[in-house]
Ligand binder design. Structure first.
Ligand SMILES: *Cc1c(COP(=O)(O)O)cnc(C)c1O
Length: 367
């Protein structure tokens, strides 16, 4: 058996269109700040039903630029989930702020709104919810807390493109939000790429200027900027892929239902729980078990690829030693890191493969 964790076989369906797009860019002789990026920004904004989007070099830069545009910097605190991918916390650190960790709900893996207020101090400037593994966080509750305390919200929408909370797409709730088009994300480019989304024209303008050397007019620089632009080639590829996103999401959701049905009752396996009012686009299908390492090894021996998202929570990473945390400080995040296992899921994954993964897991648990 050879079932990879992720396959890009679904690119076959759009291969010709990707080639045409690349030729269009090559023949245009225009590679940065051009029509492909403008068109993609409009199409991404339409898809989200959001006022403005600005293409960026990647997801981490989209988050950094969002925080900078909101004026967040040295001495400020930014609330992030304790179980996120490290990039969310890094964005806060890169603008000079301190990430403050808040535990998730163990059922949904998303930040627990009931725990946010206890973490707010007079230095808190923003909350960064993450729609982890593809499930929309509880945005209504989070926005209400932010409003009550005069805080900004910056959604990390890297894993949940197309997910909704109460019918509204993720990436449109917060003041200024970031997403990633890293190849493995639900909407992936063929290289690094990302975008900011906001309903505030002034913030969109600030992000655009910051991403372009702090300049609107070539060689005139208003602010200390970065080079964090999306390029024409990646924008052209994203324009080919965006029209397929909903169809690919539906395929991910069908695979998730099949896993659910076939894995129900297998040993101590915990299956993903969807929150009322939130949809899940299954960027990852994450299960949990006390025997995680043994199960991963069993699947690996049977030719099935798995990954752990994530083996070390941010507060225990070497790069954050200076924050002074120790094991036991965020027990829910640590429990998830110790027990989570991501199973293969990609658009077009054959039913037979899904069944093989499920059967192999059942064999492991002797059911
Ligand atoms: C992928 C990811 C990012 C970073 O995106 P890049 O494009 O790789 O910089 C940020 N946050 C989360 C939750 C992610 O999964």
């Amino acid at each position: 058996m050879n079932i990879p964790f992720l396959s890009f076989g679904f690119h076959e369906q759009i291969r010709e269109k990707l080639l045409e797009a690349s030729i269009r860019v090559i023949d245009s002789g225009w590679f940065v700040n051009g029509e492909e990026v403008s068109a993609f920004q409009n199409e991404w904004a339409d898809y989200l039903a959001c006022g403005h989007t600005v293409g960026t070099s990647n997801g981490l830069d989209a988050l950094i630029l969002s925080l900078k545009a909101l004026g967040i910097g040295a001495g400020d605190e930014v609330i992030v989930p304790s179980n996120t991918y490290v990039a969310t916390a890094l964005a806060a650190t890169h603008v000079g702020a301190t990430p403050v960790f808040v535990e998730p709900k163990i059922e949904t893996y998303n930040i627990d709104p009931r725990r946010i207020e206890a973490a707010i101090t007079n230095k808190t400037k923003a909350i960064m919810p993450v729609h982890l593994y593809g499930q929309a966080a509880e945005m209504t509750a989070i926005m209400e807390i932010a409003e009550r305390h005069g805080l900004f919200v910056v959604e990390d929408n890297a894993q949940a493109q197309g997910a909704q909370h109460k019918g509204q797409k993720t990436g449109t709730f917060g003041h200024c939000n970031g997403t990633s088009f890293y190849p493995g994300k639900n909407l992936g480019a063929l290289g690094d790429a990302g975008a900011v989304s906001t309903n505030d024209a002034e913030l969109a303008h600030k992000v655009k200027v910051l991403s372009n050397y702090g300049s609107q007019k070539k060689y005139y620089n208003e602010v200390i900027g970065h080079n964090n632009r999306l390029d024409e080639m990646q924008a052209a590829f994203l324009r080919v892929k965006l029209p397929h996103l909903d169809e690919w999401t539906a395929q991910r959701q069908a695979i998730a239902s099949a896993y659910r049905e076939w894995l129900n009752g297998a040993g101590d396996l915990v299956l993903p729980v969807t929150q009322v009012d939130s949809s899940h686009v299954y960027h990852l299908f994450v299960v949990r078990t006390k025997q995680r390492n043994a199960l991963a090894q069993h699947l690996n021996e049977n030719g099935i690829g798995t990954l752990i998202h994530y083996p070390v929570p941010p507060h225990l990473q070497e790069c954050y030693q200076n924050l002074g945390y120790k094991r036991g400080d965020f027990p829910i995040a640590e429990e998830i890191a110790d027990t989570a296992l991501s199973l293969p899921v990609w658009p077009g994954m054959p039913d037979a493969d899904v069944l093989s993964v499920a059967s192999s897991i059942k064999a492991f648990f002797n059911v």
